[in-house]
Design a protein around this ligand. Structure first.
Ligand code: ITT
Length: 207
């Protein structure tokens, strides 16, 4: 069976990705499940560049694992983040590293809310962006992008999802993405949109 290795160490992402790719005729493996461990320096300047760096680094490792036939593998990676318009699109590609990689999200989220103190609804606009990169068996790379528009809430709400979800309010649902079920989030999220576009590409070029 064909394999899709997803180059992420983020378990929140991986849960969503598995659900979105569930109907594909391929086995979806996390990097860990594929036995690949690699430190990756995300030194690109765009979401697409960083997603490509991650996917290529893991594809190079997968190539060394002789047990897996190269013709049967695609490596995917996600680079994503939160852009807040009032903060000149911060934290953007630095979303995971904002205030330090290991800083709890309760602190990161509170800090962003504090930085928007006194800012009215119409200036609190923000979006989650996701770029997905795929390294195909012949080494070529394709990328797709998905976006969800919303605004930064005034306090953390909800326990679902991960990262900045508790402060990202989606007007069409009247809730934050941490208050959406996984099914609801996977219907509209940046990651779902980028992955659905990638599924279309993979169906025509790989599966
Ligand atoms: P990998 O590189 O191993 O995939 P990471 O968490 O470092 O994991 P990124 O560099 O792509 O991933 O950073 C994405 C960050 O953006 C993530 O850690 C969250 O802080 C934020 N983010 C992205 N998508 C999100 C979502 O759906 N909900 C909440 N926060 C999200």
């Amino acid at each position: 069976m064909k394999k899709i290795i997803f180059a992420t160490g983020n378990e929140g992402k991986m849960r969503e990705i598995r659900e979105i790719l569930r109907d594909l005729d391929a086995q979806v493996l996390s990097m860990k499940e594929a036995g690949i461990e690699t430190g990756i320096e995300e030194n690109g300047t765009t979401f697409e560049e960083n997603a490509t760096i991650k996917a290529q680094a893991v594809a190079a490792q997968a190539k060394k694992a002789a047990a897996i036939s190269q013709a049967e593998i695609v490596v995917l990676a996600d680079d994503s983040g939160l852009e807040i318009d009032y903060l000149n699109k911060e934290p953007g590609i630095y979303s995971a590293r904002y205030l330090g990689e290991d800083t709890p999200y309760a602190i990161k989220n509170k800090n962003l809310i504090d930085r928007l103190e006194g800012v009215p609804d119409n200036k609190r606009t923000a979006r989650f962006v996701c770029a997905i990169a795929a390294v195909l068996p012949d080494g070529s790379v394709i990328t797709t992008r998905g976006v969800i528009e919303g605004r930064i809430d005034y306090e953390e709400k909800g326990k679902n999802g991960f990262g900045y979800d508790p402060i990202f309010y989606v007007p069409e649902y009247g809730r934050t993405t941490a208050e959406l079920s996984m099914e609801e989030k996977n219907h509209v999220s940046h990651r779902a949109r980028a992955l659905k576009a990638m599924k279309g590409e993979l169906k025509s070029r790989f599966l």
